[in-house]
Design a binder for this molecule. Structure first.
Ligand code: FES
Length: 352
């Protein structure tokens, strides 16, 4: 890639003023963005300024764009020197961008380059009559029609030394030229026999939505197959179902008031009624500690037994509390927390 720097001072014009057309274009572009975001239009404006300046960007044009967009000049300069579509030196009336990337080279771009060198001279120099200048660039995206060049805004493809020489002659003479393929190819179709994508159904619209039809047909076939499978699975002489088939089996509970009433017994067990009437058997508040063993309180000591010399297992610490020891008598935890106090069930809290 060529070095991106501004043209020498002796090539720079002393003044550049945006034309009314460029001003109107700039206002239209700036209006596309929110207030304060006018810098977003910088590329569009640089392109228009380049067009006004005859195909390249003098320093004064860059400064004029910066002023129009209220941007620091250096920021506009950064954009102008970064993108290769902005020419920083004068170009010919016909600016030729020659593709020198592999597909074009494999298809004869080397010969096209020789024509340019013989007709125009070295790249980045304008021909003596000011008609042509050229620059080698990377792939321009028309590889299928290689080799090719871009002249100003148009592509010229399928070049040979002969048709390229004629193209340059016609441009220099001001004669009309044919854009695109120079060998009669239609866009990027095969330039000889067309032997692919020839089924008329591809173009008559009959295949539009074909993928959807296929899925619907498959779903219908699956439904039909399932229905047929279901019919085939029904035995010819179906057996009568058991009365309880598919239903929960209900049976009487062992002893309920309803069962007793049904059997002619007193609904409430007489023994229960008697006990309920006896105040001496009413539930009293009891501490859990009265109900036998309970989980051992938490302690910082390990309860893993260690074998002794005699092979017996004893607790690791002689201070390990006995199971059921009240928290008040248990050793204080290392972390300072106390055991959770026992909950005593009393008449006051047993129903809460
Ligand atoms: S390589 Fe030349 S156009 Fe892609």
């Amino acid at each position: 890639m060529a070095v991106r720097k501004l043209a020498p001072e002796d090539m720079q014009p002393e003044i550049f003023v945006l034309s009314p057309e460029t001003e109107a274009f700039a206002d239209k572009e700036v209006a596309k963005y929110p207030p304060g975001r006018q810098a977003s239009a910088v590329i569009a404006l640089l392109g228009k300024a380049q067009e006004q300046a005859g195909g390249w960007l003098p320093r004064k044009a860059i400064e004029a764009v910066a002023a129009k967009l209220d941007m620091p000049v250096i920021r506009v300069m950064e954009v102008a020197t970064f993108y290769t579509m902005f020419n920083l030196e004068p170009v010919g009336k016909y600016f030729i961008q020659f593709c020198g990337t592999t597909p074009c080279m494999l298809r004869g771009a080397g010969d096209i380059r020789k024509v340019l060198e013989s007709r125009v001279g070295e790249q980045n120099h304008v021909s003596p009559d000011g008609t042509f200048s050229w620059l080698e660039v990377e792939c321009l995206g028309a590889c299928s029609n290689a080799p090719m060049v871009q002249i100003n805004d148009d592509y010229y493809e399928d070049l040979t030394t002969e048709n390229f020489e004629k193209l340059l002659d016609d441009l220099a003479a001001g004669r009309p030229v044919k854009k695109g393929s120079q060998i009669g190819r239609n866009r990027s179709e095969p330039h000889q026999a067309v032997n692919t994508l020839q089924d008329p159904a591809l173009y008559d619209g009959s295949l539009v939505g074909a993928w959807r039809n296929r899925f619907e047909e498959q779903a219908k076939a699956a439904e039909t197959g399932e229905a047929a499978a279901a019919v085939a699975s029904v035995p010819e002489q179906a057996k009568a179902a058991k009365p309880t088939a598919g239903r929960p089996i209900e049976s009487d509970a062992a002893d309920t008031p309803a069962k007793r009433a049904k059997e002619g017994e007193t609904p409430i067990n007489p023994v229960d009624r008697k006990e309920a009437a006896d105040p001496s058997t009413a539930t009293k508040g009891k501490s859990h500690t009265e109900e036998g063993a309970r989980p051992a309180p938490q302690s910082s000591k390990s309860y893993v037994a260690s074998p002794t010399k005699d092979g017996e297992a004893v607790p690791n610490s002689p201070t390990t509390p006995e199971a059921g020891t009240p928290p008040a008598q248990a050793e204080t935890r290392r972390d300072g927390s106390e055991s959770k106090p026992d909950v005593v069930v009393t008449e006051d809290n047993k129903t809460s």
